[in-house]
Design a protein around this ligand. Structure first.
Ligand SMILES: Cc1cc2nc3c(=O)[nH]c(=O)nc-3n(C[C@H](O)[C@H](O)[C@H](O)COP(=O)(O)O)c2cc1C
Length: 378
């Protein structure tokens, strides 16, 4: 999508001040009222621009869900209107088992996108994460670009910081600030070694982090979720993360947005660009993460994400054992277009999930997960 097409697609029914504000911020993403912008702020603006304008998805690796199919029930013995897709995650009820994956914050454009996403989360009963809050820890005046609780008073909300920051002077107090800014229900610590390795300015000291996460988990009053950013979490890593007290895993597997590709698009030199391109398809496909982690533990709270693109992908992930299904890029594309486009996406995703339950004879998600409705294609 070109920037001009994003701008022209703005929702004519929207509050005109919000539209003109997003319109101008799409053309000037750092328009936060301050001059210039910190290095982190520039990076955040770059990420939105690259993800909206370039093809940043994996090309040779898929999410792996195409290898599974549902067994069609020709007589479901259900009234479709009675189907219940609500669930509970980390003790909080969610009406729809979908997560708007962690993405943005720190610029005026990001604030507007977060506002739209949060309103949709509230309206459709989705869970939502915000992007890394490091930029607001560095510059507290940017906290408002993440603070979406007022728009989503009932949603399950996730704060977000990079786990590696625990090796760069971050501790409980910075994590607590991130949680407080959002009145978040939990903190996501993202794990992104490949992304950091491809960034020319990346933080690459990942040594000793299990111990630091263990210390944090012991003190922080909200649950901590460990999440990748598109390269997946193996069963062995999930086991180790759970053993240090992490409350849930978001696999963010390979097959969707490729951060090696995103970083190679904004690389400053040919060496970084080549590194990103070489690793563009690196990672464990999402389906493999879910099935291997579920085989290792039947009880770990599990989010499937990475390359999910419709409600059928989401339903397959749930049937394979995930508790929630997350998507990033599809929600970003819709939110940058208009509130209407975002609402239509949510409605379509919900209709697709309900249709899977109807056509497999499952009245609720527990029935979908009980087994026997999904199998590997021959
Ligand atoms: C623009 C953008 C910014 C992102 N920023 C973050 C971030 O700050 N923290 C994080 O944990 N993940 C971040 N992600 C990764 C997503 O949460 C997700 O794990 C990844 O994009 C794979 O999902 P997808 O294939 O549905 O896009 C970002 C994704 C996008 C598209």
């Amino acid at each position: 999508m070109s920037p001009s097409s994003s701008v022209s697609a703005l929702d004519p029914n929207l509050d005109s001040s919000l539209n003109s504000s997003l319109n101008s911020s799409l053309n000037n993403p750092l328009s936060d009222g301050s001059e210039g912008g910190s290095e982190t702020q520039v990076r955040k603006a770059d990420h939105l621009r690259v993800c909206l304008e370039e093809d940043v998805q994996s090309r040779r690796v898929t999410n792996g869900l195409e290898r599974y199919r549902f067994t069609h029930a020709c007589l479901p013995e259900l009234n479709r209107d009675d189907i219940d897709i609500s669930t509970t995650f980390l003790g909080k009820r969610v009406a729809t088992p979908l997560l708007i994956s962690s993405m943005t914050g720190g610029t005026e454009q990001a604030r507007l996108i977060n506002e739209r996403l949060a309103k949709a989360a509230q309206r459709f009963g989705l869970a939502m994460g915000v992007g890394s809050q490091r930029v607001a820890v560095e510059s507290p005046d940017l906290t408002a670009t993440f603070s979406v609780r007022a728009y989503a008073p009932d949603a399950l909300l996730f704060a977000n910081l990079g786990a590696v920051q625990l090796n760069y002077d971050y501790g409980v107090s910075q994590c607590q600030k991130a949680v407080d800014a959002l009145e978040a229900d939990a903190l996501i610590l993202h794990l992104n070694p490949l992304q950091e390795a491809v960034q020319s300015e990346g933080d690459v000291n990942f040594k000793g982090l299990f111990a630091k996460i263990e210390e944090l988990v012991r003190v922080l009053p909200v649950p901590v979720v460990a999440k990748e950013v598109g390269n997946g979490i193996s069963a062995a890593m999930a086991r180790r993360l759970m053993s240090v007290g992490v409350a849930a895993i978001d696999v963010a597997g390979a097959g969707g947005t490729s951060w090696a590709r995103v970083e190679s698009e904004r690389a400053k030199d040919a060496k970084q660009r080549r590194l990103g391109n070489t690793f563009a398809d690196w990672g464990i496909p999402t389906a493999e993460c879910i099935t291997s982690i579920r085989a290792m533990s039947g009880s770990v709270p599990l989010i499937a994400s990475g390359g999910l693109r419709n409600g059928l992908d989401a339903a397959k992930s749930l049937a394979l054992g995930a508790d929630l299904a997350g998507m990033a890029l599809p929600f970003l594309q819709a939110a940058s277009q208009s509130e209407t486009a975002l609402g239509e996406l949510c409605e379509a995703l919900i209709a697709e999930i309900v249709t899977v339950l109807f056509c497999t004879g499952c009245g609720d998600l527990r029935a979908l997960r009980r087994g026997g409705v999904i199998s590997q294609s021959p």
